[in-house]
Design a protein around this ligand. Structure first.
Ligand code: AMP
Length: 282
């Protein structure tokens, strides 16, 4: 596994693989790798000649009062895990090479970025779209792999790739969960034992809503109310940012449940923000 820290060198190395006719599978991450990340890596490896993973804790996507400073970091452990997966290139860029002082260009994906998490994390998706487009231009992958856990992110990246003519297949992989259903996340490490035990309510709430939709619930209001009641039953949930049914393409809240539906929620347990979703394709 090559570890490359300089964008120009990574770009050159990836270009050489492309020139030799190899397909490049790319998995962008912020590190603190878990099975959710590694599942993307395995899929990328299976479908491509060369597998590249990036670890970059992108400051642009964190708000001033968010958890950039305490975000879990363990690069040595991450390197071990990636060596075990036998990937080809780990791109581990320095912040000042990604964002030199003169840096002044940003990508905004419009209305999709204002919905769901966007309402509570202003500027977050602008930071995500900007870093992902930089990474795409450095690596020039054939295929890039993202997790459904961050559903809004997948919608935004797909839209960006279409709008800006990135010639890259965007591949969405299922959410990997702990035994009790909690979606794996680097942020789960913030939870103490009691909070961790409470956290499984998030997936239970989505599952209950999913059952209700499958058995004929037709009103968005009914689903919303049901989800809120489930979440409110847990005193350790300090805030519900959102919990509802949405159109999976426009991310608009659904008044009427018909066709495909995204059930999604974001809550805070203590200071830890957790998100999850279930997509029902009908
Ligand atoms: P992050 O390091 O949190 O930026 O995540 C990097 C990639 O891993 C993103 O595409 C995430 O959606 C994906 N990911 C994170 N957690 C999971 C999970 N539990 N299951 C599947 N994919 C995940």
């Amino acid at each position: 596994m090559e570890i490359l820290r300089i964008p120009l060198i990574a770009q050159d190395s990836c270009k050489k693989h492309l020139q030799r006719g190899r397909s490049l599978g790319f998995v962008p991450t912020m590190g603190a790798l878990h099975e959710g990340h590694l599942n993307l890596v395995k899929r990328a490896k299976m479908e491509n000649d060369v597998t590249i993973v990036s670890i970059f804790l992108n400051p642009l996507q964190f708000g001033p009062s968010e958890d950039l400073d305490k975000y879990p970091r363990d690069v040595d452990e991450d390197i071990k895990k990636l060596r075990q997966e036998d990937i080809d290139i780990l791109f581990l860029p320095d912040n000042n090479l990604m964002y030199p002082k003169s840096f002044s260009t940003h990508i905004e994906v419009g209305a999709l970025s204002e919905k769901l998490c966007g309402k509570f994390r202003p500027g977050h998706f602008k930071g995500v779209a900007t870093v992902v487009s930089k990474l795409f231009n450095i690596i020039k992958p054939t295929r890039a792999y993202f997790g459904q856990k961050d559903f809004q992110q997948t919608v935004i990246i797909k839209r960006m790739a279409r709008d800006l003519n990135f010639d890259i297949d965007i591949i969405i992989c299922p959410t990997i969960r702990e035994h009790d259903g909690l979606a794996m996340s680097s942020r789960n490490a913030y939870l103490d034992m009691e909070q961790r035990s409470t956290a499984r309510i998030l997936y239970q709430c989505l599952n209950n809503a999913s059952e209700a939709v499958k058995t004929g619930a037709a009103s968005g209001e009914t689903i919303r109310e049901m989800m809120r009641q489930t979440l409110l039953s847990e005193p350790l949930i300090s805030q519900i940012d959102y919990a509802s049914a949405y159109d999976p393409e426009t991310l608009e809240e659904a008044d009427e449940i018909k066709g495909d539906v995204l059930l999604a929620a974001a809550v805070r347990i203590g200071n830890t923000r957790l998100i999850d979703n279930i997509l029902l394709l009908r």
